[in-house]
Design a protein around this ligand. Structure first.
Ligand code: SF4
Length: 253
C-alpha cells in the first residue's frame, strides 16, 4: 500500500492515515451486521516480532514477516474483533527497525491497546524517545521479572508497566482455555495455539498466508486449548495477552 510505504519512509509522528482511517471505519460500519453474526471472535492478537537481525537469513522457509505483512495481520486481527495487541520483541525497542510503526498502526488505524513485551530484555533510556511517539494512553509495557528493576525508568515517564512473568519455570502448566480467545503469530507467520507452545508442530494451526484467522479459529479440529502439563518450555507464558489482561484488571481493582 502506498500509504504504508510513505509512512515508513517519512514517519515523523504525525498521522498520515486520515484517509485510511476513514476507509477502515467505513468498512467496519458496512460489515457491522456481518460481525454481529455468531462466530468465533479473537479478542487478543499476540505477535512475536522478527528479530532485527532475522532479515539476513538466506533460508526461504525461515523468512521473517515483512513490515507490510505484519500490518496485514493486524488489519485482519482487528477485523475479527481483536482490541488488544501484544508484540513480544527480543530486540530492544530503540533498535527494532519497525516496532514503533507496527504499534502506531494498531493504535491509529484500529484504536487498539498495544502491549510491548520486552522478552528477556531490560527497559533502557534509549527506549524512551521511541516510546514517546506512541499514544501513551494506549501503550502498556510488560517486562520479564528478572528485569523489573528497570521498570521505574518507564513508570517515571508516565507509562503503565507490568511484570510479564506467567508461569514459574518449575510449575507444571495447567489446562488452559485462554487460546480460544486469541491467536499467536510467530516471527515467520506460523500460527500457534499460544506462546507456550510456539514452535511445537502439534500446536501449529497453519500459516497466516494459507488461511483466514476466522477459518482457523472456527476449525474445531485444531487445538484451541492447552492440556495440563503439555510443555516444559520456560517463560513462554510471559507476555500472554489474556494473562496480562488479568494482571491489569487486578491492578485496577
Ligand atoms: S501462554 Fe500460558 S497462560 Fe497463555 S494461553 Fe498459553 S498456556 Fe495459557
Amino acid at each position: 500500500m502506498a500509504s504504508r510505504k510513505r509512512w515508513n519512509n517519512i514517519y515523523d509522528g504525525e498521522n498520515p492515515f486520515g484517509l485510511a482511517q476513514t476507509v477502515a471505519k467505513s468498512l467496519q460500519s458496512c460489515t457491522k451486521r456481518k460481525e454481529e453474526e455468531p462466530s468465533k471472535r479473537v479478542r487478543y492478537l499476540w505477535v512475536y516480532l522478527p528479530d532485527r537481525d532475522a532479515y539476513s537469513t538466506s533460508n526461504a522457509d525461515e523468512r521473517p514477516l515483512s513490515f507490510d505483512e505484519l500490518l496485514d495481520i493486524i488489519d485482519e486481527g482487528a477485523g475479527v474483533g481483536a482490541r488488544s495487541l501484544i508484540v513480544s520483541t527480543s530486540s530492544p525497542i530503540a533498535t527494532h527497525p519497525y516496532l514503533l510503526q507496527v504499534c502506531d498502526w494498531a493504535q491509529k488505524i484500529h484504536e487498539m491497546t498495544v502491549g510491548i513485551h520486552l522478552y528477556k530484555l531490560p527497559f533502557t533510556e534509549e527506549d524512551l524517545p521511541v516510546l514517546a511517539k506512541l499514544n501513551k494512553d494506549k501503550t502498556r509495557l510488560f517486562i520479564d521479572g528478572e528485569h523489573m528493576e528497570t521498570a521505574p525508568l518507564a513508570e517515571g515517564a508516565g507509562y503503565r508497566v507490568y511484570n510479564a512473568d506467567g508461569l514459574d519455570d518449575e510449575v507444571v502448566s495447567p489446562k488452559c482455555e485462554f487460546p480460544g480467545t486469541m491467536t499467536c503469530v510467530s516471527p515467520i507467520g506460523n500460527l500457534y495455539t499460544c506462546g507456550l507452545v510456539l514452535g511445537e508442530q502439534r500446536f501449529k494451526l497453519g500459516h497466516i498466508f494459507e488461511r483466514k484467522l476466522t477459518s482457523i479459529m472456527e476449525d474445531s479440529s485444531l487445538p484451541h486449548a492447552i492440556p495440563e502439563g503439555v510443555s516444559k518450555a520456560t517463560r513462554r507464558c510471559n507476555g500472554c495477552p489474556p494473562l496480562m489482561a488479568q494482571k491489569m484488571h487486578n491492578d485496577e481493582l
